[in-house]
Write a protein of this length. Structure first.
Length: 381
């Protein structure tokens, strides 16, 4: 994305994370000094809490948090594509699968598992993780010429084909993917430290895989969010917003529309690849069925619920959609109409889909900007 929109171009606003120019005085959108200080303190307190969670939460909640952070990274990626550029993608799950299975193949050793002769390159796991993200970006690059020229429902239908192609490959390329049963995920190793279930005592607290991976996922999420905010606050972000709102006008002003669309598609694919690597490390086993159409629809639900075009909205929506089934599963005995699978009533997974489906409808009808567009202190409607 080397070319940029001229400075004189109108800059569409997509919310606090898109980096529009500061509002004029008296507009009600600029926080006063005390409010800004309060927000800073809240951010610091939240950061400290996130760092301390592994010392106090049990394994169930840590794994739920890890799933949410991995999903948030993938949601940021698709929000760059759909929320900020207006490009509908139904194939996000495909790129998550590329990241997850790419890591397994690059880091795993050749072995026999569940009747399949599995191939693996045996690379250092940290290198395999980086290459898996780049592999997802390369897969997006192969599709980017199409993404650069299609838009709206046409791009959605084209990316939907990636899901069917991906599912066919995952189920049938047994030597690479392990077939229906998937394949085991090699634990991440960095600087001689392995993020597995080998117990390490820190401040009298036993750290296993979930506790160790917590900080890896937290660092990856922080980097992903900051990078996306930087993109959206700079000239590329303004160009992407212009393409979304006024495609023809953006082209007239000199924005290379096809190039920006292709570039953001590659970037979104790399975000999905990183999310896939983290999900594989948390699951400790990749299963083809997981990377289907439902997963792509869940990612679209995340960004709609949280807020289109907003990094914070992607994180909030991912937390909502990912944690809801976990919470319902944990408290299924205490909730009406929700029960464990096979005992009658709605299963936690079914109930969660009904609930966040209703949330999507409610957001579209009553809060078009998503949860992060709620009125802030000092902000006028």
């Amino acid at each position: 994305m080397s070319e940029a929109m001229p400075d004189t171009a109108q800059e569409p606003s997509v919310g606090p994370d898109a980096g529009a120019k500061p509002a004029p005085a008296g507009s009600g959108r600029t926080l006063t000094g005390p409010l800004r200080s309060i927000r800073t303190y809240l951010w610091l307190a939240g950061s400290v809490l996130l760092l301390l969670f592994p010392f106090y939460l049990d394994r169930f909640w840590l794994q739920a948090g890890l799933f949410a952070m991995a999903a948030a990274i993938g949601a940021i990626g698709i929000n760059l594509l759909t929320g900020s550029t207006g490009q509908l993608s139904m194939g996000h799950a495909f790129f998550l699968a590329v990241g997850a299975y790419g890591y397994c193949i690059l880091a795993g050793e050749s072995s026999t598992e569940n009747g399949h002769e599995l191939s693996g390159l045996g690379l250092p796991t940290w290198l395999a993780a980086i290459l898996a993200v780049l592999l997802a970006g390369a897969a997006g690059g192969l599709f980017s010429p199409i993404a650069g020229r299609l838009r709206g429902a046409y791009l959605g239908i084209a990316t939907l084909a990636l899901i069917f192609i991906g599912q066919h490959v995952l189920f049938n390329a047994g030597s690479l993917t392990g077939g229906f049963n998937g394949r085991a995920v090699p634990p991440l190793s960095l600087f001689g430290f392995t993020f597995d279930d080998t117990e390490v005592v820190v401040a009298a607290v036993p750290f296993q895989a979930s506790e160790k991976l917590w900080y890896v996922a937290l660092a990856a999420l922080a980097f992903s969010a900051l990078f996306a905010r930087g993109v959206l606050r700079g000239r590329p972000g303004r160009a992407l917003n212009a393409i979304r709102d006024h495609r023809i006008a953006a082209g007239v002003m000199g924005v290379p529309v096809a190039r920006y669309r292709a570039g953001v598609f590659v970037l979104s694919s790399m975000y999905a690849g990183l999310a896939g690597v983290l999900l594989a490390l948390v699951f400790q086993r990749t299963v083809p069925e997981y990377f289907g159409m439902v997963l792509s629809l869940e990612y679209l639900a995340m960004i709609v619920i949280g807020g289109l075009g907003s990094v914070a909205g992607a994180v909030v929506g991912a937390a909502f959609v990912t944690l809801l089934p976990q919470v319902l599963t944990h408290y299924s005995d205490s909730l009406p109409l929700v029960s464990a699978p096979g005992t009658g009533g709605l299963t936690p997974g079914e109930a969660s889909r009904y609930l966040y489906g209703a949330a999507v409808v409610a957001v579209v009808l009553f809060l078009p900007g998503g949860l992060t567009r709620l009125k802030k202190p000092g902000e006028k409607k």
